[in-house]
Design a protein around this ligand. Structure first.
Ligand SMILES: *[C@@H]1O[C@H](CO)[C@@H](O)[C@H](O)[C@H]1NC(C)=O
Ligand SMILES: *[C@@H]1O[C@H](CO)[C@@H](O)[C@H](O)[C@H]1NC(C)=O
Ligand SMILES: *[C@@H]1O[C@H](CO)[C@@H](O)[C@H](O)[C@H]1NC(C)=O
Length: 425
């Protein structure tokens, strides 16, 4: 990050300093961007081209920070637009990708991304008229950096870096650093209590049944945890813990060289707990699951050059989130599922017809309200579309969090008083 940019950032921070109650404050925003080193010819992103690339910015955190959250966002392009379709680890680096966030080289958080399929992806028909989940609104991912303030608050600049495991060219990664500043002091002090980030575990199993018949299964796991304290004038001593756990499985089967099936699920857990002298100030846990299934193959073959080329994609974004603490309790559950397919009929080598359909079900249930929508399309036309608010605000159904298929009652007041919200242990 250029010196001039840093000055500008400081200027923004100075403008916005007002007393901020812990955990409900609108944080001050500091935007990090590789492109802000002049000249501005790279777009506003860090570009990552391979597994060895670490792109970073030098950063000096204001001396009175007491909470820091990095909101990461990303997109992938070129050779990695369809990273999840590489089964063979020697072809395209296999199907696993993760973004790691580093402070001075140490991994402090990770993003195992939702596989957004852009509007032309795999077959353009699949996304007309219903576009892929996230393709017009890329998801972002929060990394709690508060436990690491002990490293950052020494008055020196530190390197905040991003890398993409097994990347090919190219990935765009960037983040917003949200900082909370102590209104009653010019400087806080901080220390790290624990930090544990074992290396990524990743295994690929191969079963080759002759040329054109291959099967790969890739699994991966990672966990990261850290705890740290911050001494503030306004809130006393705060202790923050941060935990992430991830698992990933991808199977990729090729049959008779004419058929490929990809079946992948990414599961991610993250939890942050902030306590002060009076108990839990803020706590949030999230569980996400991102299943993806892709089939592409020739079916109903009547001769070598007469068949139907069938492509189908099933994609789901599942998320359960609960929060508790002094600002109150809330829970949110989102299930967003898409199922689309396209058939191209080929006769004597010529494409003679295309038909396609899609369906999407979106179900959001939360303490602040609910929303449901179910849309289906055939060709370019929408054939059904139903929307509803399936549970009214404040109804019992809205206060439920569902984890691992089991419904857990998290009574609003009780959970807030206990200051604990748990999806899993
Ligand atoms: C994908 O694999 C999971 C197990 O990992 C399985 O439960 C699921 O049925 C598979 N999906 C399809 C469409 O075959
Ligand atoms: C394949 O043929 C069967 C029987 O005619 C038909 O029901 C099916 O829809 C066809 N599948 C495709 C993808 O064309
Ligand atoms: C289909 O292709 C196979 C392999 O290329 C070939 O052996 C076979 O003779 C072909 N059949 C026809 C009907 O063209």
């Amino acid at each position: 990050m250029a010196e001039s940019c840093y000055v500008r950032v400081l200027f923004l921070l100075l403008l916005v300093v007002t007393p901020l109650p812990i955990s409900i404050a609108s944080p001050l925003k500091l935007r990090l961007s590789a492109s802000e080193s002049l000249p501005l010819n790279g777009g506003q992103w860090f570009q990552i081209n391979n597994n060895e690339d670490v792109e970073s910015a030098s950063l000096a955190v204001p001396a009175n920070a007491y909470r820091a959250v990095l909101e990461v966002y990303l997109s992938y392009h070129g050779s990695d637009e369809f990273w999840y379709t590489y089964g063979n680890p020697f072809n395209g680096n296999g199907p696993f990708r993760e973004v790691t966030v580093r402070i001075d080289g140490d991994v402090v958080g990770a993003v195992w991304p939702f596989p957004v399929i852009y509007t032309g992806g795999i077959s353009p028909f699949l996304w007309r008229p219903i576009s892929g989940i996230g393709s017009f609104n890329l998801p972002s991912y929060d990394i709690e950096l508060t436990p690491f303030l002990g490293w950052l608050l020494d008055g020196e600049e530190h390197e905040l870096g991003f890398a993409v495991t097994d990347a090919q060219d190219f990935w765009y990664v960037d983040g917003n650093l949200h900082l909370w500043l102590d209104p009653r002091s010019a400087a806080t002090t901080a220390g790290i209590i624990s930090y544990d980030a074992p290396p990524l575990e990743k295994v690929t199993a191969v079963a080759s049944r002759g040329p054109g018949n291959e099967y790969y299964q890739t699994t991966a796991f990672r966990r990261i945890s850290a705890a740290g304290w911050v001494q503030t004038s306004s809130y006393g001593k705060i202790t923050a813990t941060w935990t992430q756990r991830f698992s990933f499985v991808n199977t990729n089967q090729v049959r008779e060289d004419t058929e490929q099936t990809v079946n992948q699920t990414t599961d991610a857990y993250s939890g942050v707990h902030v306590t002060d002298h009076a108990g839990v100030a803020y706590s949030q846990e999230a569980e996400q699951s991102f299943p993806l299934y892709i089939y592409q193959g020739q079916v109903n073959q009547t001769s070598n050059d007469s068949f139907t080329e069938e492509t189908s994609v099933q994609l789901r974004f599942e998320e359960e989130r609960v929060a508790a603490g002094r600002p109150g309790f809330w829970s949110r559950s989102l299930s967003n599922a898409q199922d689309s397919a396209v058939d191209v009929r080929v006769q004597e080598g010529d494409a003679v017809g295309t038909s396609w359909r899609a369906a999407q079900t979106y179900r959001y249930e939360a303490t602040d309200g609910c929303y449901y929508r179910d849309v289906a399309s055939q060709g370019y036309g929408v054939v059904s579309d139903h929307a509803d608010e399936v549970c009214a605000k404040g109804s019992p159904a809205a206060g439920r969090a569902i984890a691992g298929g089991a419904a857990t009652e998290l009574g609003g007041d009780a959970a807030a008083a206990a200051g604990v919200a748990r999806l899993s242990s």
